[in-house]
Design a protein. Sequence first.
Length: 288
Amino acid sequence: MSGSAIFVACSTLPEGDGDEHAVPEALADLGFKTRWAAWDDTTVDFGAADIVVLRATWDYAERHDEFLSWTESVPSLSNSAEVVRWNTDKSYLAELGDAGVAVVPTTLIAPDDKAPSWPKGEFVLKPAIGAGSRGAGRFTAGDAAAAHLSGLQADGNTVLLQPYQSSVDSDGEIALVYFGGVYSHAFSKAAMLGRELDESGLYVTEKLAPVQPAAGFRALAEDALDATAALLGILRAELLYARVDLVAGPDGRPLLLELELVEPSLGFRQTEPAAAWRFASAVRQQLA
Ligand SMILES: Nc1ncnc2c1ncn2[C@@H]1O[C@H](COP(=O)(O)OP(=O)(O)O)[C@@H](O)[C@H]1O
Ligand SMILES: [Mg+2]
């Protein structure tokens, strides 16, 4: 087998942040030629590639409709346009919660809803459609929270309200990475809120480290993927890549903070070279 792959990024960072350096090499070993392209580069024929892999499209949040139309125009997109539509709106957390997955308690506030009564203690307000921690803030009840909420709403956002999970400050988030529905590796991510945006302006720079997730974390990630596949009516194996971001809740048990099926950093630099080989293998499986 041989073929061609396009890895998709954005015009500001047309080859992503460098994390997947080893993946095109791993794909070349299996007979695939890879090139990078920005999703909005109209000179690129995305239909000509055997597989088009979303990797670093970090500017889609402000151009969500345009981005979704583009995903629908690409014949062999991974993950699929349907998955992208569902996963780019964090309202999916409520669906997964209803399906029995342990998610961080999430209240959705529509653009024309009035401010809720604020929870006791610290909480997070963030846009339902957002990436790279942009628009996310940590608050206690008061004017700053009200101003942040109304600012996001004025821009047309549905807003997520969640209790701040303080384990993020001590243990960070645990990101579990899956290729073709199968576990590959994990890494931890230090707390993001209050840190600076990268010079690209697209994301808050992440502080990552390798980690061996505890059994309860691995089990919850499996539950989240099974529930997602059931909700979308697909097989887990159809998900070329998935990153499940978990935090320890107040009682120490894991909770789902985010399920990334669009443009997660996959932490190849935090793990062994075989992770790139597993990704390449999963790409080939999508085409088999
Ligand atoms: N409920 C929360 N408790 C603690 N930290 C949070 C919470 N929600 C978000 N954060 C912090 O904000 C970051 C960005 O939020 P996230 O939901 O992952 O959105 P995205 O990564 O798509 O911007 C997280 O990586 C985490 O550090
Ligand atoms: Mg995140």
